[in-house]
Design a protein around this ligand. Structure first.
Ligand code: SAM
Length: 264
């Protein structure tokens, strides 16, 4: 069972279904830079995705479905009750941050772009939020900096597969004893993205995204199956319960179950 799973992950992580290239042919650093450039340029139009506007408008039926499923995730986040010092990774324009401060004493929100947190700060207007501009593939918490809650929305899917374990080590090093993590991300669903985005086969790891003005960028986008993700996290010593909405989102929460598996 575990072997089958590992083989599946290996296929997923080494093959880009869109271009037919092996992932090794991509320069990870170059794609990550392009990904960050994309979000910097997209900041002003980013919320159109969440609000189902412009190129993301799929008509009243599907839009309604999207909003209903988004509300389901928000209810789950409310039930999870973020508490203590909260860390949000890749905070973006604040779509999710909005849900966090009512629970928190203090929120630290990290993002690699300057443009996204600028919109976020306008939206939240809260002195309880501290913004940190940092590249999450380089950033480390200060030696005495630990968080009771860590949240990231639509970020794990942008972490290159070969950096998955490294990313979870970072989460571990940020988490206070007894701390908890909540994540939400995308399911593989054509109508979740813009009408002019081509969704490659599910095994693709790098795909192209377009801005309203037509400029194109490569980004990592890994669509996790919730069972595979749960199992992969268990291998790293995390206990997660991950659910999915009918079409669009996976979400769930977890904690560090064992340290032994972490760096093994
Ligand atoms: N979490 C937000 C949400 O739920 O809407 C935003 C998610 S958006 C898909 C990805 C975010 O990651 C953007 O805000 C982008 O600026 C940020 N980002 C991209 N590359 C990054 C990097 N290397 N380090 C930190 N943030 C990065």
């Amino acid at each position: 069972m575990l072997q089958d799973f590992t083989a599946m992950r290996l296929r997923r992580s080494t093959f880009d279904g869109m271009t037919g290239k092996s992932l090794q042919e991509f320069d990870t650093g170059a794609v990550l830079q392009e990904q960050l450039d994309y979000y910097r340029e997209r900041a002003a139009e980013y919320d159109q995705w969440w609000l189902r506007q412009g190129r993301y408008d799929r008509g009243p039926g599907l839009n309604g479905q999207w909003f209903a499923e988004g509300a389901e995730v928000r209810r789950a986040l409310a039930a999870f009750r973020p508490e203590g010092r909260i860390l949000e990774l890749a905070c973006g324009t604040g779509i999710s941050c909005e849900q966090l401060p009512p629970f928190a004493g203090r929120l630290t929100a990290i993002d690699g772009s300057r443009e996204m947190p600028a919109i976020n700060a306008q939206r939240l207007g809260s002195p309880m939020v501290r913004y940190v501009a940092a590249d999450l593939f380089r950033w480390q918490p200060a030696a005495d900096e630990r968080f009771q809650t860590i949240f990231f929305g639509f970020w794990l899917s942008h972490v290159p597969p070969e950096r998955f374990a490294e990313f979870w080590n970072l989460i571990d090093s940020c988490l206070a004893p007894g701390g908890r993590v909540f994540l939400v991300d995308s399911r593989y669903q054509e109508t979740s993205t813009a009408v002019d985005h081509i969704l490659p086969e599910p095994s693709a790891t790098v795909l192209r995204r377009r801005l309203n003005d037509g400029r194109e960028y490569r980004v990592y986008k890994i669509f996790y199956d919730r069972h595979e993700l749960t199992e992969r996290l268990a291998e790293l010593g995390w206990s997660f319960e991950i659910r999915e909405t009918t079409n669009y989102f996976i979400y769930g929460s977890g904690f560090r179950a064992s340290r032994e598996a972490a760096h093994g």
